[in-house]
Every structure is written in structure tokens, then in C-alpha cells.
Design a protein around this ligand. Sequence first.
Ligand code: 26V
Length: 812
Amino acid sequence: MTKEKLRTLLENSVNELYAISIEDASPQELFQALAQVVKYAYADDWRQTRQHLLAEQQKQAYYFSIEFLPGKMLKSNLLSLDLLTIAEDVLHELGVSLDEVAETEKDMALGNGGLGRLASCFMDSLASLALPGNGNGIRYKYGLFKQKFIDGHQVELPDDWLRSGNVWEVRKESKAVPIHFGGNVYLQENEAGKLKPVYEGGFTWRAVPYDTAMLGYQNQHLNTLRLWSVEVPSKEEAKYATLESRQALENLTAVLYPDDSNETGRRTRLMQEYFFVSAGIQSILRYYKKMNRPMDQMSEKIAIHINDTHPALCIPELMRLLVDEEEMAWEQAWATTLKVMSYTNHTIMAEALEKWPVNMIKEVLPRMYQIIEEIDRRFIAGLEKVHPCDLLNRTRIISDGQVHMANLAIIGSHSINGVAKLHSDLLKAVVLHDFYVIYPARFNNKTNGIAQRRWLQLANRPLTKVLDDTIGDSWHHEPEDLSLLKNYQDDASVLEAIAYAKKQNKVALADYIEAHCGLKVDPTAIFDVQIKRLHAYKRQLLNLMHILKLYFEAKANPEAEFHPRVFIFGAKAAPSYHYAKSIIKVINETAAMINHDPQIKDKIKVVFLENYNVSLAERIIPAADVSEQISLASKEASGTSNMKLMLNGAVTVATLDGANIEIRDAIGDENIAIFGLTEEEVYRYYAEKNYSAYSYYENDTTLQRVVNAFVDGTIPGIEMEGKEIFDSLIKYNDEYFLLRDFEAYCDAQNRIDIAYRDTQRWKKVSLMNIANAGKFTADKTVQQYAEDIWQIEPLFAHVKDPHTASLTENKS
Ligand code: 26V
């Protein structure tokens, strides 16, 4: 497409949408109009990808996830269509920047954090590898809450992202399916002597899909993200005439549940899980039937992935459809289900493992319950002679009046994976050890990865330019080619160019901070970043304790030498996670104290940016010098911000946890600041039960000064919160070993300070981080899922390189 053509299309689009001339269009109107042009540009390829798939009957994967976090899509879609620079030029001539236009798009924030963003990075990689892989989830009316700070406290506001419509989605009315809830079910023999379920009462709602194209990177391959929304069944308008009955229905897909151990409204969450699972499976079966193949060969054409346990009902739901509707024998249906399903575990935190009360499942999903009971009964019956009774009691699906969703997911899947080496090893050795004894061959590891195209090519244009000029642009297709940069580790001009790109990004972030927080920060300071959900195990509090230590030192000894630092936080706490919210409050009050202390000047600044989300991450990450990955060893399953920050040249301060270990292995000890307890040491403390936080406190005056600051009035305005934090450390023996790791952490931070002041060394370390970050591409991760678990192949399998292949293949 030429510039002139794009300009004409945009003019027409503005005219059609708003009946105004392009010069009069606001950035918001230009966004809508440009998005229409983008949709027009990919419509044929989207259709052709689908037609081609059906014609070739190629096997497809379906990624079932209760969360997706794509963020904004205008620029990424333009990039995928190779229209980014043309669009920039056209808008520039109109006197607006593409950024200004793109900024008006609402983030699609249908996820909490790492799990949802991973799903979206996988969608990018699947399409970019021309792999047939689709997403299946929920179209929440409200995304994750918007976070505001009032008086230092987190306040949650609704994220009404659909208010002015969503240009990218296509409502597929004709593909709606019914979803049944509640009532009674019993089995009755029909004329043919088959047992059939008879449903009494309950209610049937309608699931309507909204499809969004997932564009491959410059390869004309498009997959589909299908999100389901609840609606009144067509013939039952009268039944839902009252406001109350309609409200109850609409509640179902209204809100995304923030991840938290003690959810309220859990019944709705259970209904959500069944809703998108049943709708997705029904639509897959309808598609499969178009192929006219035997039902028991489904696994040759369909792979279904269960992203964490939230979609685990996929297993009984597929069984229901095969047995009840398709009249398949149980054994045959079970063999089919097992071959189709695979499952990823994303956390070892016991309190996050999903369980549902038996009574609730019985009431909301009576047929699901019967099927789960039968799966459980056969699981025990089949293994009784092989394994001891206590092992089976620990692994069975239904026990203590609860349905254990991880057990269901494992028993019904042929593959179970963790998301980083350490995590997968701990699953086998500890958390899921019993299952590992029963099904050793099912367990495998798939280390997480990220979309370099979004997190570098789009988010960090200055660095992208330097890389393209230095190593060429093959890394856009093959992120592992970033390793070519290693050849330039001693090239002063390249090192300088990378440092200059970082400086530009820091100036841009400093401007944003000034505009949003009214705080001036010095772009020559070290930008030290911790961005992730607020959880005790991630230890944002340890970061704060180090800040307090620096602060006290700077006050006591104004001559002490250290390079100025800006500590930047981005984090949302689940609304009912009291402790996490207290930490937010204490960080905010500490920030106010330090930022306004005239003695400190620009030496230390603390910035907690409101409403951390994908778009904010895209601003922060390119500007980061230091990446904080300081979870207690063994607790963070993988982490993915660690990979994004490294990719943008930040140097990591890390514990040996999650993917940090693989990052360390990739870049070597000299390029990362590792500290703290190892996973073995943590487990030894658990076994020996001999950790005493108090003894660390007692023997370290620096630590005392820092911990006391939470309760001795040092930090103004935090009475309750400070006490809660103090007690968690001292009275309740510091569950996440902050006091134990404090000294080692401060040492690591000191090493960072020394390294940063050695400018040449720092530049080289930063380059080595970028050069090694290609290993953590989601392309590679998804390739492994495709080969080892799903057995799917690129659409142009007969040609070597799907990227270039598709450009020629599909051009007809
Ligand atoms: C964790 C916890 C911890 C205790 C309190 C309740 C609670 C609720 C949810 C979760 C996290 C659930 C799953 C999750 O989001 N896991 C994240 O998945 C990422 C992608 O694999 C991974 O990088 C993160 O390490 C992991 O926390």
C-alpha cells in the first residue's frame, strides 16, 4: 500500500464515519477511521486463512484462557501489516502524530497480569509462525479495575472499556450457542436402550461470540481470538423483561475477577468458567463436524489447551458432549478427551490452587458434577491395584467436600507443564509429586517467552533503530538473531548509540512522570523499576526496605557517594488483598516523605505510577536501567517482566527464582546481580522450621532502623498499615524471608551502583542483556508447544520459512 492510497482510504473512512473532512478529525476520530482502514486491509487474508484451514483440514489448537491482555492493537496491527511508517507519514502530514492517535485507543485489559499477558504474547507468536491456533475466552464488559491513588490508598474504579465500542471485534450472531445452568438432571433409558440425561428446570442463556483477528507478523496469516458474551436467548425476551432478571444475566460476563485468594461472588466466577468453556467446546465440535470425520479421531484435528485450571471444565464438558450428545461409549470418549486436552500450571502457591465446594457445583452445574464424579470414580477404580490408597486419596478429584480443579486438569490431560525449569521441577518434586508418581510421562517444561515485536520493536523505537542499523532487521522475524549484537560488545559507537537510545526513553518517561505525578525526576539518575502485581511473595516491601536504608544513610552522611536513583513502581493489588494494599499505602507515604525532603534533593526519588497496565508497561520498560526480580526463591513460577526489561537493556537484580535462573544461565553471572536464598535453602528452612526473623532483627542495627520506621513515626500517615507490616515481619515471623535476604539484597544493590558508575562496563552489560534476550522469545516457546504438545504445523508447512512463504503463497 502506498502513502497516497492510505491517505485516500483514511479520508474516505473519516467521511463515511463522521461526514467530516480529514483535517477536522480529532485524534479519537482518526483512530476509529484508521482502525477501519486496517480492518479493511486484513479482511481478505483473515477470510482466506480460515478457508484454507478448512479446505486443508489442518489440525488446530485452541487456547482456553479466562484472561487475555492484548493492550492496544492499532500500532501492533499496523506493524504486522507493514503499514506502521506509512501511517506515521500520513498522519504527520495532517499535523498529528500516530502516537497521539494510538493513545486514544482503550487498552483491552481482560486480565490480571502475567497469565493473561502470556496468553496474548502466545496469540502473537502463533499467528506470526503461521500456526493455526485460536484463543477462547470471555468478553468482559469491564476490564481489570482502574487504579487511582487517593491519599496514598488504592481506590478501584470500573474500566468501562467498551463504552465507545470496540472497533476490532466482529459480533458473530449466527455462531451463538445455548448454555444451560442449574436445575436437576437424571438419566433415563431411551428407545434404543441408551442412557440419556433428562434436564428438569434450570435456565438456558445464550453465548454470543465476538471475534478479533490475531495478525501474524507480515505473513498474511490471521488467527482468531473468540470472546464470549452473555445474552438473553432469542425466544425468551419476555422471561427477561424485568430489570432484575436481566441484571442477573448480564452480571455473568460483566466483570473480570481480580486474582485473589478470598473472592466474593464465587458462584458467578464458577458460572463464567463453565460459560466460556461450554461455548468454546460447542463451537469447536460444530467446526469439527463440518469435516465429516469420526468423532473418536478428534485429536487428529483438534488440540485444546487449558491455561491454568480456570478452564478445567473443558474435560467434563467434552465428555458430556461426546457421551450425551454424540452417544459415544464412555471409554472411547475418555480416550478421545485425554488426547485432545493439555494443561499448564502457573503457580505453586497452594492458596491459589482452585477448589469448588461440591454443593455449589451440584447446584450450578448438575450434569458437570455427575460427570466429574464418574471421572473420579474411574480414576480410583483404575489405579486401586497399582498405587496405595493414601496416594489416591491425595490425588482424587473430589475430597473434603471440594472439587479440586488441578486434579481434574491433570487426570484429564495428556500433557502437564510448568512455565520455567525450576517451576516444572518443583511441580514434579513437591507440589504435584503424587501425580508425577502416577503419570511421569505427562510432565514437561515450557519456559515462558515474550513477544519481542511488541516489547522492543513497537515499544522502543529508538533502540530498534540502533539494532537495525547495527545487526540488520532479521531479528524482527527471528528474535534469536539479537545474539548478533554480541559482536559489538566492544564497539564504542554502538555502545554509545544504545546508551543514547536509553537516555531518550528516560527523558520521555520523566516527562510522563512530571505530567502525571507533578514530580520532576532527573533522567541521568538510575531508573530502578519493579512492575508486577502486588503480592507479598514478590517482595515489593524488600525493595522499599532498601530505599529506606539508602534514605537514612543519605541523611546521616550527606557526603556518601552513590549515583542518584529514581525508584519506579507499578502494581495493582487485588481489591480484597488487605496486606498488599497496605504496602501500596506505605510506599506512597514513603515516596511523599523522601521526595519532599530538601536534604535529599535529587539523590533519591520514589515514584509509584497509577494504574499499571500494558500501555504503561510499554512506557516504563524501555526507560529502565535496573529490573527488580526479587521474589522469594521458589515462589514466582516464571515471571515475564524480567524478560521484557532485559530485552530493553535493563540490568537485573534477582533471586534464583522462576525464569531468572535461565536468564542468569543465558547471560552469565557477570551480567546480572544475583542474591539471596536459593530454593533449596528455603525448603530447608521449611523442613527444619528454624527460621527466626527476630534474630535477624535483633542482630542488625540497620535492619532495626528500617523495620522500626514502619511503627516509630518516621513515615507520616501510616499508623495502621505500618503496624500491619511490622507485625508481618516480626510477630508473624516474616513468611517470605525479607529480613533473611535484606543484607544480601543491599549488597546486590551496591554492586549495581558500582557497576553503573563504571559507565563503560555498564554499557557492555546492558548490551549483553539485549543480545541474550532473544532466547526468551514466545515464538520459540509456542513452537515447542506446537511440536511437543499440540502437534500442529504451520499453514505453509511445505515451504521452509512461513514468514516469507506466506507473502508469496497467498498473493493471488
Ligand atoms: C497467585 C496467588 C498467590 C497467593 C494469593 C492468591 C493468588 C492468586 C493468583 C496467583 C497467580 C495465579 C496464576 C498466575 O497468574 N501466574 C503467573 O503466571 C505467569 C505466566 O506464566 C508467570 O510468569 C508468573 O510467575 C505467575 O505468577
